[in-house]
Design a protein around this ligand. Structure first.
Ligand SMILES: [Zn+2]
Length: 98
C-alpha cells in the first residue's frame, strides 16, 4: 500500500488517502478551497488513482494559497491561525467532512 501524507508542504503527518491532509492543516485552508476540494473529490479516487481534473485543480489551488500565505511564515504564525478558527465552526464542519 502506498503511504499517504498531508499535502501541506513539509508536513510529516500520515493521513487516510481520502483526506487532503491532517486536520490541523485542513482547517488552515480558506473555506472556499476546502469546499472546492470536497466538491471535486470522487469517492474511491484514492483506490482508482484517477482523481478528476477538477480535484487536481483544487489541490493545486490549495498549494498556491499555501505558497502565498504561509510559505515564509514561521510556526508561531501558523499556530495563531489555528487559534483564530472558531471552535464551534470546526465542530460543525467536522461533522460534515469526516
Ligand atoms: Zn499537515
Amino acid at each position: 500500500m502506498t503511504r499517504h501524507f498531508c499535502h501541506w508542504p513539509g508536513c510529516p503527518v500520515e493521513v487516510p488517502p481520502k483526506l487532503w491532509g491532517c486536520r490541523r492543516h485542513w482547517f488552515m485552508l480558506p473555506g472556499e478551497i476546502r469546499a472546492w476540494i470536497w466538491k471535486t473529490y470522487r469517492p474511491g479516487q484514492e483506490i482508482t488513482k484517477d482523481p478528476s481534473v477538477e480535484y487536481c485543480e483544487a489541490a493545486a489551488a490549495a498549494q498556491n494559497w499555501i505558497a502565498q500565505n504561509h510559505a515564509h511564515k514561521d510556526a508561531s504564525v501558523a499556530a495563531a491561525a489555528i487559534k483564530s478558527v472558531h471552535s464551534q465552526e470546526v465542530t460543525e464542519r467536522q461533522g460534515k467532512l469526516f
